[in-house]
Write a protein that binds this ligand. Sequence first.
Ligand code: NAD
Ligand code: UGA
Length: 434
Amino acid sequence: MTLTVVGAGYVGLVTAAVFSELGNKVFCVDVDKSKIESLKKGKMPFFEPSLPEYIQRNVTAKRLFFTATYAKAIPQSQAVFICVGTPPKNDGEADLSYLFAAVEETAKNLSGYTLITIKSTVPIGFENELENTVKKYAKNNFEFAASPEFLREGTAIEDTLHPDRIVIGTTSKRAQKVLLELHAPIPGERIICDTRSAQLIKYASNALLATKVSFANAIAAICEKIGADVQKVMEGVGADKRIGRSFLYPGVGYGGSCLPKDVLAFIAIGKHFNYDFDLLRTVDAINFGQIENFVNKIKIALGARSSEGRSLKDKTLGVLGLAFKPNTDDMREAPSVKIINRLLDLGAEVKAYDPQAMASAKKLLPNVKYAKDLKGAIKMADAMVVITEWREFSEMDLKTVKKLLKKPIIIDGRNIIDKEKALSLGFKYYGVGR
Ligand code: NAD
Ligand code: UGA
């Protein structure tokens, strides 16, 4: 089949790479001309494991094409996947301007029956507006479907090739057939439903993942008060197959381009349909509170008096990890940004290192000193602060760490350091909930 993927971001590039890998001819369209030019030269706009190899292989095989011109792609395509961003507006609602612009440009170039599938995460209730946008330019030779995306950054290719489920949100048999055929080589349960249910599956999934993380953070706070170990508590809780172990790791809070924004957007959707989603408001509040909890931990570890405005003046902190999670260079809603800005406000000097995210971080955190490696970040620092759980941080040799630091203090925002070992080597160790 010939397809167009609109939007060359995380979802668009991965979708284009995988559908072309499966033998389809795929055009990937983006309005960002410089991004398209770089992609044509084989340069990736972000770090995502395996993606460059998939793109290169399919470009070479002439199955994958990049263009900034809709007219070069849409008229030849039987199916179009819309994968543009739906970022949050100030009030938490999703900004749908990119979506409507992409649908309008698609509509202007339609030729013959085309299935327009929305993969972007889009709030419920815009079906008529989207249909009307297309009808201004095209007759009845199109249909809409929603097929939300569930990939995670860092494992995006693997998640797309081996998803738990593929949601096909359309009641049209013709549209279902197109999507079932396209996804035929990919395993995973098929959930076929109406468009609104499909969109709700996406929001409910991200909201439940966020709820699990905030729940784990709440349990960690209780553990700290009563002297229990959250690692053991969650191991015991997660051993129940009905609950499962995943997403029960406490830390500095959930970040990234989706969980925070989709929780806020879901609260806004609830409001729109007269439902007060107070459960999610609490999930968001707990997540917000994790930043200050962690900053307080750093202050306590360094003996700073909380009442003093610049209580971390003259302290140097070696910060490990900036990306919102490992295996990505994505800094969108990364907890590191809020934490580091607070530390700088309190007068600390911050030396940071991240294996992939430093180029993006420099734009957001210009007042940080960036080290070229882990050792450079912690050398002569008053404490080591772990914010992202990159494997190289959990594997570091604590004896070397002790020699490099000015004072043997570790504040571990992800519980990745061997606490017993650290204590036995004479470190002061501060984790989350243990
Ligand atoms: P992104 O910001 O990485 O990429 C969006 C791309 O769309 C950009 O390259 C932008 O230039 C392009 N674009 C904007 N307007 C356009 C237009 N009119 N025509 C063509 N291209 C246009 O976004 P993303 O992270 O890939 O997210 C896309 C959607 O998928 C969002 O709704 C998001 O919530 C959802 N989603 C994201 C992930 C993820 O892990 N990033 C996972 C699942 C779902
Ligand atoms: C998340 C979902 O997992 C994907 O299924 C979804 O498609 C995507 O959002 C989306 O809609 O964009 P992603 O943002 O890549 O994927 O990252 P996650 O792995 O979900 O992690 C999100 C945040 O939660 C990270 O900051 C991570 O550190 C944090 N987290 C995760 C915890 O603090 N504890 C956990 O136990 C798990």
